[in-house]
Design a protein around this ligand. Sequence first.
Ligand SMILES: Cc1cc2nc3c(=O)[nH]c(=O)nc-3n(C[C@H](O)[C@H](O)[C@H](O)COP(=O)(O)O)c2cc1C
Length: 362
Amino acid sequence: MKSLFDKINIGKIEMKNRLMRSATWENMADADGYVTDRLIETLEEHARGGIGLIVTGYGYVMKEEQPNAGMPAIWDDRYIPGLKKLTDRIHAQGTPIIFQGCYGGSQTAYNAGERTIWGPSAVEHPIYKVTPQEMTKDNIKTVVEAHAQAARRAEKGGFDGFQMHAAHGYLYSQFLTPYYNRRTDEYGGSIENRSRIIIETLNAIRKQVSADYPILIKIHCSDYMDQDGFTVTESTQVAKMLEEHGITAIEFSGGNFTKGWDDSAIKPKIIKEEKQSYFSEYASWIGSQINVPVISTGGNRSVALMEEKLNTSTITAFGLSRVTHCEPDLPGRWQSGDHAHPKCVSCNQCWHEDGNICVLKR
Ligand SMILES: Cc1cc2nc3c(=O)[nH]c(=O)nc-3n(C[C@H](O)[C@H](O)[C@H](O)COP(=O)(O)O)c2cc1C
């Protein structure tokens, strides 16, 4: 029998259990993207709380391309010392940490009129009403190389791995979704073409980091966008390509933010078991087609349900965001045998302009 509290390895990352703090935008870096003491202390609280692996909130890989305030920057070597201070403090607690790098794109309200925003095609974002500039092939090369340099800096800064953010409607996710990607060149159309920028990024990162440096990705198992969407079949095809090109692990999320919370990655009111672990069936199905560790994120709330999934599916580990945002010590409590239900009721009031703190902690 597998247990949620088995020690496992994801590539060379050693986890003390199968629980990962999924990327959660903290809104605590300073105005120039430097790591602050508050951000370090927040992540340190997660490390002390007993989680097996921390993923930072999304960081920006290009100077101009920050979809939200308070994100950590990684677009220049000047950020490495601050990032190293962060990783040293997390490692002092015996916890590994990986950096999530992102190019935002049109899903943004942050300084949107003041900067150039690229997209696969010039399609207005249904919610934010931002129309990006269609990327040239040179622009694509720039973004790919920015991720590769970001991963190099992450390794230098002591991170145990780098995660590409290709989920939740940001640029790489938009390339996968036909609604946003209307290109007719080799970056649009077939799923091989729509995922090309991601595979090129993986290959470019590998050239910049050590041969065994863990490279992870967060993608959708489906974005539920019907005929304009990215499907489970396509996600399986992308997962197979990622495997061929040496991805270390794949974290599956899903949904979209265009029709409200119910269809999104961050579904509300996840209390009853039947609503929990809401992407796990898709994640497990895709996992059965590949030989790469699969992490399922979204609505994981119950130790018993996760252990059942663990023993009846292909899932290797579980991502947690809102529950640990509310109670960073939850993984340690679970590990010590207290399997109480989390306090989080998925009210989705996790955000605050002065740092994203759970409403129950404010
Ligand atoms: C406050 C907040 C910030 C988030 N920031 C990120 C992020 O930076 N990158 C990312 O991939 N997902 C982000 N997410 C999504 C979570 O990682 C996760 O996919 C989602 O919340 C579902 O998991 P949960 O039910 O455990 O909360 C965020 C979610 C919340 C609530």
